[in-house]
Design a protein around this ligand. Structure first.
Ligand SMILES: [Zn+2]
Length: 309
């Protein structure tokens, strides 16, 4: 599981940063890519990565501002042109369906795969397939905007093969039964309980990706105990008034949300073109007293999300 940033800029593209999009790479977990926001030219950014559009299974849109959705029609069409046949689901605020359908209809684009929409009106669980669960909550932006919390299901413990070998338990179908937690009788009469040979379950990972927002309680709820929080930082530490009037956050507010949610890893994105080079990295440095593991992400950064130890 990794996050791959495809666009980390705010508002309009710059030479350094494209507009918003981040991929959650779930190739090992479910052979899929999930995208969060699709700013203009996201498909061009994807060309510089190993992501294959046909692997994109779900797209989560935070809000309908252009810098978060203008890349959708092109990406959807190219996915079709490249022969994608797997269904794709788009989640987002009411209006996302109308936007995409209008663009496809007017341009007479036909897709080679089924396209589904889930328009969100309220807080709550929006997806659950026992491998992953996604929760959306409203944020505080100028237009309807949602944040997303992705929860991976816990992984069952591994079968302790070494221990079985030490006890001279012959390998074979018995191992599968033990792994399933069953009690088995060996040919030599010994009775083994599978539970004695299964390691500790591994807690699933939690990734929280927020859209544009002022500081709000729902951000903290979405981020609670997450392994990583992706938060906008359109403004610097002391620009609280500006952030408020433009419905955005400062780096400090992002760090406070992480702190209150118990998050240790904070990734700042949606970086204004006013901050280039070192000035951008300052956004992270100035809040490391709150969250030491804070960084400003750049386009094409790949951040691994390991299991908790
Ligand atoms: Zn934006």
């Amino acid at each position: 599981m990794q996050l791959e940033f495809l666009g980390t800029g705010a508002g309009s593209p710059s030479k350094q940063r494209n507009v918003a999009s981040v991929a959650l790479r779930l190739l090992e977990e479910r052979n899929a890519i999930w995208l969060f926001d699709v700013g203009e030219a996201t498909q061009h950014q994807i060309l510089h990565t190993t992501i294959r559009p046909r692997k994109i299974e779900k797209i989560f849109i935070t809000h309908l501002h252009g810098d978060h959705i203008f890349g959708l029609p092109g990406l959807l069409s190219s996915r079709s042109f490249q022969g994608g046949t797997e269904p794709l689901t788009i989640y987002g605020p009411v209006g996302i369906k109308r936007f995409v359908q209008a663009a496809l209809q007017v341009s007479e684009s036909r897709l080679s795969y089924p396209l589904h929409f889930v328009e969100l009106t309220d807080d709550g669980e929006i997806f659950n397939d026992h491998g992953f669960r996604v929760i959306a909550r409203k944020l505080d932006h100028k237009i309807a905007c949602f944040g997303y919390r992705v929860e991976e299901a816990d992984h069952p413990g591994e079968l302790q093969v070494e221990k079985l070998r030490e006890q001279n338990v012959p390998s074979g179908p018995i191992y599968g039964q033990l792994k399933a937690g069953k009690t088995v009788t060996l040919p030599d009469g010994r009775i083994l309980d599978g539970h004695d040979y299964i390691g500790k379950p591994q807690a699933g990972r939690i990734v929280t990706i927020l859209g544009d927002t002022r500081q709000t309680k729902n951000a903290i709820r979405l981020a609670e105990n997450a392994d990583v929080l992706v938060h906008e930082s359109t403004f610097a530490k002391d620009e609280t008034k500006m952030a408020r009037s433009y419905y955005h956050s400062t780096s400090k507010q992002a760090a406070e949300v992480a702190k209150q949610a118990g998050v240790k890893k904070l990734l700042l994105t949606h970086i204004s073109a006013r901050y280039t080079g070192k000035a951008a990295y300052q956004l992270a440095y100035q809040v490391r007293n709150i969250i030491p593991d804070t960084r400003v992400v750049n386009d094409f950064d790949v951040i691994d999300i390991p299991f908790k130890k």
